[in-house]
Design a protein around this ligand. Structure first.
Ligand SMILES: Nc1ncnc2c1ncn2[C@@H]1O[C@H](COS(=O)(=O)NC(=O)[C@@H](N)CO)[C@@H](O)[C@H]1O
Length: 422
């Protein structure tokens, strides 16, 4: 959410952001709703002041004057009884519109409507040249007996997955490895639920707009979050965080649930796009002046994880149309998937300045004790099973076994290879 003063003072700046992000919002509606609130609020406050002043006169008034004053107080009261609810209604209507006002994209963001306009910043690691015909991750899982797609589909339907034996241990190993690396780098581990109240999804900016991506619990005011960014972002909602406690940096771990509405037909084979997955999430609350350095830090953390797993990847900058309403700056990390001979997104690193903080009510006492909104950032640490796709495919050997990078071996009982030749 944007500062309403900025919208009033620099509407062109916001109109440009709306245009560059291809958002369907008429800023004049926002400005009109704001004016209506201001006018009505001034009227109500004047009337409340008049009623209060009038009420003070009553005890001092003479018997002759008193009835008129009391009647005046009643008239003002009944008028306010009509106007105050109208004001609350107009304030709610304005807030609903304000929730749709986008953040201003960083000047470096490529302007364009979709991820086709993302720009590659750099590549890291050599893509493997196989001396044999590599298998895709589905065939590797099947060959090793590490999956059971038919049975799990009977139990859970499409976009479900199940990992057996060493593959189940591999999933836990990469998650734990990521959590440990982030903890060593000062991110506080946080195991969270995915069950959240609707307002937490407004806080992150998933709502309004992303309702169709979220599973709802029948008959409850609860939903299943698609990322632990959602519960973590609202942990301190409405609080005045002591400045000495900043920055708050978490390595969140949770299950994540997504309906993937609108993705029909995409990535239907295998582990890339499933309804329930597990993610280690980097989430930061910091002072505004530290935002950009935290963006670099959580990006570097994710790269360190990929480098330790010996996976080749590239870093891309998201376009204004791809980054979504709340982002100021966003880079995706895409990891090489041999079977597709292309890089696929495995991490998404975002800096949202105060846009989430304003919607969530995340503040701290800045200089001179003046309340100020914090800045928030998030990035994927690792998400499984998607990361297992490049992991299994890049590290497969001619006999169908999978090489384990040195950094991960301690998490797999020291094993250097998983599986049996097939
Ligand atoms: N349906 C899905 N199935 C498997 N993995 C997914 C799915 N959706 C997202 N992911 C993984 O989760 C990562 C982060 O998802 S994201 O929506 O891009 N970004 C976030 O959730 C942010 N909170 C940063 O993690 C993706 O890069 C991908 O690796």
């Amino acid at each position: 959410m944007q500062d309403i003063r900025l919208i009033r003072e620099q509407p062109e700046l916001i109109r440009q952001a709306i245009a560059d992000k291809f958002i369907d919002l008429d800023l004049d509606l926002v400005l009109g709703a704001d004016r209506e609130v201001l006018e009505l609020r001034q009227q109500v406050e004047a009337m409340q002041a008049e009623r209060n002043a009038n009420a003070k006169l009553v005890p001092k008034a003479s018997p002759e004057e008193r009835p008129a004053l009391i009647q005046k107080g009643k008239d003002l009261g009944s008028e306010l009884a009509t106007l105050e609810p109208q004001l609350r209604e107009k304030e709610e209507a304005l807030r609903t519109l304000l929730l749709r006002v986008p953040n201003i994209p960083h000047a470096s963001a490529p302007v364009g409507p979709s991820d086709d306009d993302n720009t590659e910043l750099r590549r890291e690691g050599e893509v493997p040249q196989f001396a044999f015909t590599p298998l895709d991750h589905v065939d590797l899982l099947e060959g090793q007996g590490w999956g059971d797609p038919e049975r799990v589909a009977r139990v859970s339907g499409s976009r479900s997955y199940l990992l057996k034996g060493d593959a189940a241990r591999l999933e836990l190993a990469v998650l734990m490895f990521a959590l440990d690396l982030l903890a060593e780098r000062g991110m506080e581990p946080l195991s969270t639920t995915a069950l959240v109240r609707p307002e937490t999804l407004v806080g992150t900016g998933h709502f309004p707009g992303g309702e169709d991506q979220v599973y709802r619990i029948e008959g409850e005011e609860l939903m299943l979050a698609g990322t632990s960014e959602v519960p973590i972002n609202s942990l301190y909602a409405g609080e005045m965080i002591p400045e000495a406690d900043l920055p708050l940096a978490f390595a969140g771990f949770s299950a994540a649930f997504r309906s993937e509405a609108g993705s029909a037909g995409r990535d239907v084979r295998g582990l890339i796009r499933v309804h329930e997955f597990r993610k280690v999430e980097q989430y930061v609350i910091c002072r505004p002046e530290e935002g950009m350095q935290w963006f670099e830090k959580i990006l570097a953390n994710a790269e360190a994880i990929l480098q330790a797993l010996e996976l080749p990847y590239r870093v891309v900058q998201n376009s204004t149309g791809d980054m979504g309403a709340g982002k100021h700056l966003m880079y995706d990390i895409e990891t090489w998937v041999p079977s597709e001979t292309k890089y696929r997104e495995t991490h998404s690193c975002s800096y949202l300045t105060d846009w989430q903080a304003r919607r969530t009510g995340l503040r701290y006492k800045g200089e001179g004790g003046k309340p100020q909104f914090v800045h928030t950032l998030n990035n994927t640490g690792i998400a499984s099973p998607r990361i297992l796709v490049p992991f299994l495919e890049n590290h497969q050997q001619a006999d169908g076994t999978v090489r384990i990078p040195a950094a991960l071996r301690p998490y797999l009982g020291g094993k250097e290879v998983l599986g049996k030749p097939f």
